[in-house]
Design a protein around this ligand. Sequence first.
Ligand code: R5P
Length: 274
Amino acid sequence: MQIISSEISKSLAAKVASSLGTELVGVEKRVFPDGEIYVRALSPLKDRVVVIGNTHPNDSLIELLLLQDLASESADVTTVIPYYGYARQDRRFLEGECVAAKTMANLLELKSKHIITVNLHKDYIREYFRAQVENLIPSGEIAETCRNADIVVSPDAGSFYLAKSVAEELGVEAAHFEKKRISATEVTSALDTDVRGKSVLVVDDIISTGTTIEKACSILKEKGAGEVEVACVHGLFLKPLSVNAHASDTIESRYSDYTVSGLIARALLKLKDP
Ligand code: R5P
């Protein structure tokens, strides 16, 4: 098995390759003056190649498609998408909208037999693929970021599955806020659970502008919570955050303090030797 990755996932790919003792193929990447991308594998690609790359930002998606096509010329391709961008448009909310999560699925499975991804925004996105898709949830890794939590809370009902599975790892209770989105940067939230004096871990799949998580933290403080910690899987951090956060390395940022490389390596091993 060889691993090749787009630029954005280079350090995660290096960790996966080192846990598996597998070759990480170097890539020469150039961007032409008109913005088009050039990639070249620096070693011959053989018969089984794992391509690692995100679908966000847009240029990384193009790079991923180029690498998949290149690898597919000589190999069976498994694609690892640490952060599956466009997943929040997972269905048609308004008449005439494009279901972007499905568009991505159609493109990504063209050259790949197996797809591995981390914490899809909605698990049912797997159904948009005909290829075999594995959706890895890093609950154990998140639990390790805050072992002293008394309760795990998600900022909306959509992420409650994550709060529940992290809470299970920690052997504590889970709860969720009721969130209503007013606009891209405005939300209203409410929580029924008593959190007075409790150490709370707030978990979400994505932190984008930070609006959702900041609102949840300020309500928890108003309700008398003790220590409040925040953890997400995919940290986009598009605006400066007023709270500290733990994030994985699906998207590298200064908040990335836990890795999903072990989870990905184990999933790849299972594919190799089912
Ligand atoms: C929404 O359904 C997601 O799970 C996140 O809660 C959302 O993407 C966070 O966005 P923001 O940080 O901009 O509030």
